[in-house]
Design a protein around this ligand. Structure first.
Ligand SMILES: Nc1nc2c(c(=O)[nH]1)N[C@H]1C(S)=C(S)[C@@H](COP(=O)(O)O)O[C@H]1N2
Ligand SMILES: [Mo]
Length: 204
């Protein structure tokens, strides 16, 4: 029997339920599922860029080494996928969005960000939510370099929203005047995606 057999998982899940950390309709996974639409892009270190555009005072174009030189933060957070699994106590490491916002200086009229990824995936997030303490661009998970299938070299992490907002292979932010749906949001998912309110679909 494995260390994390189902009875073990159930026991941990019960504890976490009692701590009110499991949103409605979710169950705990002790694995780390891989879930995304499309392929896993290769990391081209020499040409990698993170850009900001739209309603910002300072559009950014950061190379991988410039990004690595930014101040770093560590965050421990739970992760909730709309397909009903939750993974607890993920230890993420990377750069706080506050740092990036100080550099790029969003204009006052910017209200939402469209997050852009390699392979064309997008997702929309209100600007204010990106300034939460536990939001970051992560390049490490549980002490290891973020594996490509989990979004390496760099992914967004927004713990309080469903996992589809935690975009993998992030390459840029577009600061917008109003909300617009990203990839899943155009395909029936909720515009905001609060797991505690079960905002799974646009009809919720
Ligand atoms: N670029 C990109 N990011 C993505 C997705 C995707 O399809 N493309 N899927 C999202 C969904 S639905 C989830 S639940 C998480 C899963 O992250 P994981 O594979 O590291 O567990 O990635 C999110 N980020
Ligand atoms: Mo998901």
């Amino acid at each position: 029997m494995g260390l994390w057999d189902n009875s073990e998982r159930k026991a941990v899940e019960e504890k976490i339920r009692q701590e009110n950390r499991l949103p409605p309709g979710q169950s705990l996974t002790l694995k780390w599922p891989v879930l995304h639409y499309g392929g896993v892009p290769a990391f081209d270190r020499a040409h990698w860029e993170f850009r900001t555009a739209g309603l910002v005072k300072e559009p950014l174009r950061l190379s991988w080494s410039e990004f690595q030189a930014l101040p770093r933060v560590q965050v421990t957070a739970d992760f909730h996928c709309v397909t009903r699994w939750s993974r607890f106590d993920n230890r993420w490491e990377g750069v706080s969005l506050r740092t990036l916002f100080e550099m790029t200086r969003p204009k006052a009229e910017a209200t939402h960000v469209m997050v852009h990824c390699l392979e064309g995936y997008t997702t929309n997030v209100p600007l204010a939510d990106l300034l939460d303490d536990n939001v970051l661009l992560a390049d490490k998970h549980d002490g290891y370099t973020l594996p490509p299938e989990h979004g390496g070299p760099l992914r967004l992490v927004v713990p309080k929203l469903y996992g589809w907002k935690s975009a993998k292979w992030v390459c840029g932010f577009d600061f917008m005047l109003s909300d617009r749906p990203g990839f899943w949001e155009q395909n029936g998912y909720h515009l905001y995606g609060d797991p505690w309110k079960e905002q799974r679909f646009d009809t919720d």
